[in-house]
Design a protein around this ligand. Structure first.
Ligand code: HEC
Length: 143
């Protein structure tokens, strides 16, 4: 029963996320970041929506366009985001922010080699939307 309710919640939450791409995003981490010219994540920067497919919105439908973005977790199947760490995408070394997210607007040549302290992808990543469904979704997080 609880699981069913949770699944309904997930479906609702994801359809809301999709419908909000052009509007001000709701926050499930920090308050909605306003566009202040953040280009690359740092240990003190603020973002939102950990675990969601960032480029679904930040691929062109909102003002800040990232070349790569995602969320670092403490394990592949964990729901706990990392509080520190670095994700390397191509030549960019991205420090996770207060939300466990990493992101950049800098140029990245895809396919790009990617790695964390724990792991390196065996094949170069074809896209920068790390949390995209079928990539590092809840079945296999970046850790
Ligand atoms: C449902 C749409 C949506 C999703 C998904 C989303 N964002 Fe955002 N984000 C926004 C909107 C709207 C803003 C407000 C500023 C803008 O328009 O760029 C914003 C702002 C930001 C900012 C501040 C930008 C600046 O210029 O200061 C950061 C950083 C950010 N998002 C990171 C992320 C990360 C990382 C993810 C994925 C984990 C993500 N967002 C997922 C819609 C989204």
């Amino acid at each position: 029963m609880i699981k069913t309710l949770f699944n309904i919640f997930l479906v609702l939450a994801s359809s809301m996320a999709l419908s909000q791409c052009s509007a001000t995003a709701a926050s499930n981490c920090q308050s909605t970041p306003s566009a202040t010219g953040l280009t690359t994540s740092s240990a003190t920067s603020i973002s939102h929506r950990p675990g969601e497919a960032c480029l679904g919105c930040h691929g062109g439908s909102v003002s800040t366009v990232f070349t790569s973005a995602g969320t670092l977790y403490v394990g592949a199947n964990s729901t706990t985001t990392a509080t520190t760490g670095t994700v390397t995408v191509d030549t960019q070394s991205l420090t996770v922010d207060t939300c466990g997210n990493f992101y950049t607007t800098k140029n990245i040549a895809f396919p790009a080699s990617t790695s964390t302290a724990a792991k390196a992808m065996s094949n170069p990543a074809s896209s920068g939307d790390c949390n995209a469904s079928g990539c590092h979704d809840s079945n296999r997080r970046v850790y």
